[in-house]
Write a protein that binds this ligand. Structure first.
Ligand SMILES: *[C@@H]1O[C@H](CO)[C@@H](O)[C@H](O)[C@H]1NC(C)=O
Ligand SMILES: *[C@@H]1O[C@H](CO)[C@@H](O)[C@H](O)[C@H]1NC(C)=O
Ligand SMILES: *[C@@H]1O[C@H](CO)[C@@H](O)[C@H](O)[C@H]1NC(C)=O
Ligand SMILES: *[C@@H]1O[C@H](CO)[C@@H](O)[C@H](O)[C@H]1NC(C)=O
Ligand SMILES: *[C@@H]1O[C@H](CO)[C@@H](O)[C@H](O)[C@H]1NC(C)=O
Ligand SMILES: *[C@@H]1O[C@H](CO)[C@@H](O)[C@H](O)[C@H]1NC(C)=O
Ligand SMILES: *[C@@H]1O[C@H](CO)[C@@H](O)[C@H](O)[C@H]1NC(C)=O
Ligand SMILES: *[C@@H]1O[C@H](CO)[C@@H](O)[C@H](O)[C@H]1NC(C)=O
Length: 368
């Protein structure tokens, strides 16, 4: 059922049922091509949000949620304010961090058994996860229409019996171009969120070029990296949860050094702009290998600089759907298969197998 809906979106047919619940956004009277025709594509402005959502503990490395509850309603209102501000600053693409709706549950990645975050916070988190087609969803879609932006955002999605680390791209005419779920949530994230599917890794051709999205560690996981880069993006909207300042040597996977390396590597190998939206140190990397990128580090005030901006000349974009002579071509894929050593057993293992979490089971683990 879900995959059939996804195919509908990709083929640009009628909006699926779940978009018709609640107050669907009012479509503009102009077609997307007419809207974009009034934009200056030599000066396409991109904006990545770096400010935290509502009720998110600061400073960045603080993981203490005692007495703090995420606030989806407040966060959606704050997002609309940022979208408006970005649009007034000429932005035509606005990106939000990973699960910014309602906020990344810092501390969920933790080896302790039982994981203390789950005991106290999981019910609140489920309640504050975003439902596609809900009033909150429609407010975001309406903001994309009202402020004429391509809106790419990361959200904790509640759908049926599961939560997902989801991403969506909504066009300025209200059409949902991308709706996807992180293929394999990272480490203990997998105890909260259910896996996505391989065919949810896709790029879309738009009047501003080819756009794709990934979430955090997907930028370095082989299936996600290879599959999306094969689809030749011009603008990559990458969502990360939070990124502190550089120079904290006690950090490993959470360091600014690690996070920004993943994003700049992706821009280099993919010849694509990378918008690295994340709370704290956020960056926009131009396509290819360039030392000239735009970055605002974590200790810069969120009030003064809630977003990081960069201008691109979109008239030079490739807007192609694949490159048969590229590094991420079908030919390369055959090479990977052939290079894979014969002594390694052809065994699927357990790691890549589909993993799901059921909301009732999760709620039962909670103390509140
Ligand atoms: C390009 O857009 C920026 C805002 O993002 C604006 O400051 C600048 O004046 C624009 N340049 C031109 C040539 O329109
Ligand atoms: C969020 O807003 C909805 C209306 O859109 C309201 O029904 C709901 O009670 C609000 N939730 C909270 C926790 O205030
Ligand atoms: C990219 O290609 C699509 C479909 O082929 C087209 O609708 C769109 O206008 C193109 N965009 C650019 C920037 O050329
Ligand atoms: C802010 O953090 C950067 C590293 O990300 C550091 O180089 C700079 O000195 C810091 N500035 C202040 C005022 O602390
Ligand atoms: C560095 O990271 C540790 C977590 O490992 C954190 O407790 C500490 O506050 C961080 N230091 C700074 C200056 O942010
Ligand atoms: C760096 O890139 C920006 C945005 O494209 C451009 O305005 C600026 O001139 C570049 N700086 C240098 C030193 O090339
Ligand atoms: C934008 O890119 C196009 C194609 O590469 C180039 O012809 C044009 O001069 C560029 N315009 C600006 C303002 O940089
Ligand atoms: C959750 O707990 C209730 C009792 O509190 C029990 O009836 C139910 O079977 C449990 N559900 C799951 C999925 O464990």
């Amino acid at each position: 059922m879900y995959l059939a809906l996804l195919a509908l979106i990709k083929d640009n047919l009628a909006p699926p049922d779940w978009l018709q619940e609640g107050q669907a956004p009012e479509q503009g009277t102009r077609s997307i091509h007419e809207v974009v025709a009034s934009w200056d594509l030599t000066n396409l402005t991109l904006a990545a949000v770096r400010a935290p959502p509502v009720n998110w503990p600061l400073p960045i490395m603080n993981k203490d949620w005692d007495g703090v509850s995420p606030d989806l309603n407040g966060t959606v209102d704050l997002a609309v304010k940022f979208i408006k501000e970005a649009s007034q600053n000429n932005a035509r693409v606005v990106a939000f961090p990973e699960v910014w709706f309602p906020g990344y549950p810092k501390g969920v990645i933790n080896d302790e058994v039982p994981n203390p975050w789950f005991e106290y916070h999981v019910k609140d988190y489920i309640q504050n996860s975003l439902v596609v087609g809900s009033d909150n969803w429609n407010k975001l879609a309406q903001a994309a229409v009202d402020y004429e932006v391509y809106l790419g955002f990361g959200f904790s999605e509640k759908a049926d019996d599961h939560l997902y680390i989801a991403q969506a791209l909504i066009a300025p005419d209200g059409e949902v171009l991308i709706h996807r779920h992180k293929l394999r949530p990272t480490a203990q994230e997998r105890d909260l969120w259910t896996d996505g599917q391989l065919d949810e890794i896709y790029a879309v051709s738009t009047p501003i070029g080819r756009v794709g999205m990934l979430s955090c560690y997907e930028h370095i996981t082989p299936e996600a990296l290879f599959s999306l880069q094969a689809q030749t993006e011009d603008i990559h909207i990458g969502s990360w949860p939070y990124t502190p300042d550089f120079g904290n040597q006690s950090l490993t996977y959470e360091s600014a050094e690690a996070m920004t390396t993943f994003a700049s590597f992706y821009a280099a190998v993919g010849e694509t702009i990378v918008m690295q939206s994340t709370v704290g140190t956020a960056s926009i990397f131009p396509a290819g290998q360039s030392a000239n990128y735009t970055q605002i580090v974590a200790n810069v005030s969120f009030e003064e600089h809630p977003l990081v901006y960069r201008v691109a000349n979109a008239t030079g974009f490739r807007n192609t759907t694949y490159n048969k002579n590229g590094e991420f071509s079908w030919g390369s894929l055959q090479g990977i298969n052939r290079a894979f050593p014969a002594y390694i057993p052809k065994d699927m293992g357990t790691y890549v197998l589909y993993h799901e979490q059921n909301l009732q089971t999760l709620s039962n683990e909670s103390l509140v």
